[in-house]
Ligand binder design. Structure first.
Ligand SMILES: Cc1cc2nc3c(=O)[nH]c(=O)nc-3n(C[C@H](O)[C@H](O)[C@H](O)COP(=O)(O)OP(=O)(O)OC[C@H]3O[C@@H](n4cnc5c(N)ncnc54)[C@H](O)[C@@H]3O)c2cc1C
Length: 465
């Protein structure tokens, strides 16, 4: 077998041993004494030990079957402190879990131990009237949070396409961007996370109030270096977004429109481009014409004031508007649930032999896409998302990839890099390998400070290992 440097073939080395029966009994007794109910049945533990890693045929054989040894659900910060103290005392590893929609096994316990589920910790604590800055607890569903912000004329700047099911804490610790990334970039960009309330894991846990600088090392750290009990973040003025579907007979014209539209002064919150073969397999909202496999489509969220110019521009761009409905008022799936990794979800439901990659395309994008298509043909299907990266409009590519084994996938990754693409590897276990590949010293320093015994989500922070 050829080496596949980007694709793990084993769990990370040096994982701690699973907790002994004595440790577990002592931990469960402490949880009960704190008024919490330890979850220990096989069904409960199986349910607490799965997430969306099945999209990766590389991760699937490695993570399938890994189980928590104990579970617990919390609803108050005091309970989080008690769980952290008990794990610290008995030296049992502790993995946090929001809604478990992550795709890289972020919340899968690699070494057993306790899984703490946060869904009961779900209040919007504060919304500042003037600035729209809010403080909310990590277990709140993003859709619930957004609804509460909307009542005050605000909305979340960034949401994953899973916003109906995902939690705020899981998104900040395990997600990266999504709807809104076209305007606001990515969650780790300075200016989104302004502060965090964090519990350390040690026999006498601390409840820390971190400012933006202090919270940043915990942003996208898979819950390896502290437990969020509240997050303070910026919001945006709410816009009554219009969902639009545009169709283009030629892929080159669809790509050109995907490059031009975000570079205009039109207010857009999302732009997703799918080639005809992908469009043909998506479940379009009610009233939107089905795709017959000939038209390439752009899915847009646009402000109402963008519509007149967009309509008059479309003939020149070579496309036509085939469907329009206000967000929140259409029937069937909302348009955002056809974008980002929902595209992968829908295509895999037709053909489980597909997986995906995440690439930032070089500019101009055409030559890299042409180069990949020339070599890989129908093994790749195009799905692009417009984003802002480092302040510049870019196109990210989440191609659907025919799975033909790790060597082929590695060869595709190598080829994409040769063509100038930047990989955000969805087939990786550690925080670093799913990002830019480099150890972030601040993330490791925060772990040393807030999790000195290394109990949080073992094996996920390579810099610590
Ligand atoms: C169909 C589909 C589409 C998706 N689309 C997107 C997308 O558009 N953008 C995107 O970024 N992601 C996307 N994802 C990935 C995922 O849905 C999001 O990242 C989501 O926000 C994760 O939230 P969650 O509540 O499910 O977190 P979980 O999966 O439960 O947890 C994620 C990580 O956060 C940690 N964590 C949870 N709670 C806490 C806490 N209180 N303190 C510290 N750490 C904590 C966990 O340990 C884990 O490491 C998609 C996934 C699927 C399956």
């Amino acid at each position: 077998m050829l080496p596949t440097p980007d694709l793990p073939s084993a769990l990370p080395a040096g994982l701690p041993a699973a907790a002994s029966p004595e440790q577990l009994d002592a931990l469960a007794a402490d949880l009960r004494a704190a008024g919490l109910e330890p979850l220990r049945s096989a069904g409960e533990l199986e349910g607490l030990s799965a997430d969306g890693f099945v999209y990766s045929p590389v991760l699937q054989p490695l993570l399938c079957g890994l189980r928590a040894q104990l579970g617990v659900r919390v609803a108050t910060v005091e309970q989080v402190l008690q769980v952290a103290a008990a794990c610290g005392r008995h030296r049992v590893s502790l993995t946090l879990r929001g809604a478990a929609t992550g795709n890289y096994g972020q919340c899968i316990p690699l070494a057993g131990g306790l899984v703490l589920e946060t869904s009961g910790l779900n209040r919007l604590r504060q919304l500042q009237a003037g600035s729209g800055v809010f403080t909310a607890e990590p277990g709140i569903l993003l859709s619930d949070l957004d609804q509460q912000l909307q009542q005050a004329g605000r909305e979340l700047r960034l949401v994953p396409s899973t916003m109906r099911t995902a939690t705020l804490g899981g998104y900040v610790a395990g997600g990266s961007g999504g709807i809104g990334s076209l305007r606001w970039g990515f969650l780790r960009d300075p200016g989104h996370l302004l502060g965090a309330e964090v519990v350390s894991v040690e026999p006498q846990p601390r409840l820390l109030q971190l400012d933006a600088t202090g919270a940043q090392p915990l942003n996208h750290a898979y819950g390896c270096n502290g437990i969020f009990t509240a997050l303070t973040m910026t919001s945006a003025a709410a816009v009554p977004w219009q969902q639009l579907v545009l169709e283009f007979p030629e892929w080159s014209r669809a790509l050109a429109a995907a490059q031009q539209l975000p570079a205009s002064a039109l207010l857009l919150n999302a732009l997703c481009a799918v080639e005809a073969a992908v469009a043909a397999r998506l479940p379009w909202p009610q009233g939107c014409p089905g795709a017959d496999g000939t038209g390439h489509r752009l899915l847009l969220l646009a402000a109402p004031d963008a519509l007149p110019l967009l309509r008059s521009w479309l003939p020149e761009l070579g496309g036509q508007l085939i469907w329009q409905a206000p967000q929140g008022q259409s029937r069937g799936l909302p348009l955002r649930e056809l974008t980002w990794n929902h595209t992968t979800l829908h295509l895999r439901s037709h053909d489980p032999g597909l997986t995906y990659l995440q690439l930032m395309l070089p500019q101009p994008e055409g030559p890299a896409l042409d180069g990949l298509r020339a070599r890989w043909g129908d093994d790749l299907l195009w799905h692009l998302e417009a984003v802002r990266s480092m302040g510049r409009q870019r196109l990210a590519c989440l191609p659907l990839v025919r799975w033909r084994g790790p060597e082929q996938l590695q060869a595709l990754i190598d080829h994409a890099r040769e063509l100038g693409c930047l990989l955000f590897n969805p087939h990786a276990i550690s925080v670093e390998d799913g990002g830019l590949g480099v150890v972030d010293a601040d993330q490791v320093a925060a772990k040393l400070d807030y999790d000195p015994a290394g109990l949080l989500n073992p094996g996920k922070l390579r810099g610590w290992s």
